[in-house]
Design a protein around this ligand. Sequence first.
Ligand SMILES: *Cc1c(COP(=O)(O)O)cnc(C)c1O
Length: 495
Amino acid sequence: MTKERTQPERENPYRLLPSVDEVLQDPEVASRLDVVGRELGLGLLQETLDAWRGEIRAGELDAAGLRERLADGGLRRALARRLLKDHKSGMTRLVNATGVILNTGLGRAPVHPEAAAAMEAAARSYVVLEVERFSGARNRRDDRLSVLLSRLTGAEAGIAVNNNAAAVVLTLSTFAAGKNVVVSRGELVEIGGSFRLPDVMERAGVHLAAVGTTNRTRIGDYREAAGGAGLLLKVHTSNYRVVGFTEEVGEAELAALGHELSIPTALDLGSGLLEPARATPLAGRLGQEPLVLDAVETGVDVVMFSGDKLLGGPQAGLLVGKREAIERLRKNPLYRALRLDKVAIAGLERTCELYLEGRGDEIPSRARMIAGESELELDAERVALNLRALDAGFETEVVVTEAQPGSGSAPTVTLPSRGVAVSHPELGPDQLAARLRAAEPPVFARITDGKLLLDMRTLLSGDVERLTRAFAQTQLTDEQADFLDATRGSKARWD
Ligand SMILES: *Cc1c(COP(=O)(O)O)cnc(C)c1O
């Protein structure tokens, strides 16, 4: 019996677990912890040891197993993995190979380098924001933006808030607090991310007066419900289409009714397509996507659209229209809570200027919409060649694909594209996709027909090389990847 008690499996595994102090004796571990800051490092170490305690409790780890683990550097490795995971969480640049150009989950529109430069400079310095530099008089932060938006859209004035959802809230609250808002039943949309128009109306303190039916609404329906209403609202059904036996009231007709009854009218466009001078028209490619310019011309008081959808700027909600209506929006105390910061305004001003300078085609999201198939084919061939040159067993095939504008812009439209279908003898598509997401930079792709598919339409400048780098890392062991990351530091996240 005494003999058995000395056998390792009868040993108390908890007593083999090192204390925090003992772990810190290892200079390599100690220096690693200091890289992230001692406090956080100790917390992660504690978590690592707690996880092991949990394994022991669950009967998954006995003394012999623990001894073995400790002997071959298992604690260092586990700690390194935990540090790495923590370090790699959070925002970082990625390669979008999904084929969805405006992908809300991936940050929507990448802005033009000159807009990005303006944003960086604004972030790093004091700026002329609420002062007019020539007179020194107090100014409004988006006065210049208002001028630029007018020039771009033909509207009398403009104002900008945090996003288009905020623009809708501001409009409802300004014109219809405590009153009815007349909307067609065919337009009671959910935009995604829990933005449902009826719920938003309730929170904005207005009453929904839904008119017509899902598929047909006539001007008489609006007229009947308009008595005492604060606002007549039209919502562009961005992310779906009602087809078949349908009828809807045009913006011009609604604007005329509002004018006749002295009730303000507003149009939530969602995407906001612009066709500025000297830019390649998108209209043909994007089906029936309405133009901001046309919407303004119909005479509605307020037209709303996002800054980071088809416009291709930073996140914002832009409201353009009649001067008097815009002034009322500005006077609403809610505007103060929804307004933009200097960084976004700097990016938006530069984005609008680029359009006005005739450089609209350079705006990255727009450039990706108009990129020609032959250019995409060349990119696909380069990617396929690079991946094969890694000599890591990747099999590639250049294929015809369909990309999408995304973010509810032109939901029924696809853009012809090229992709590279990738397979690997040992890594299944899900496994490969997971390793690519963990690489530096992470790559997001889609899986079709049991293969990983890289769509070329969403690649930005330099992404072909980044893709190759990421694929090379899918072949590394955890330890190698860890070493690579440790030598690059956290700044590398934005390379
Ligand atoms: C996208 C969209 C919104 C929301 O815009 P955000 O800028 O994402 O807040 C609102 N209305 C419509 C019709 C949209 O398409």
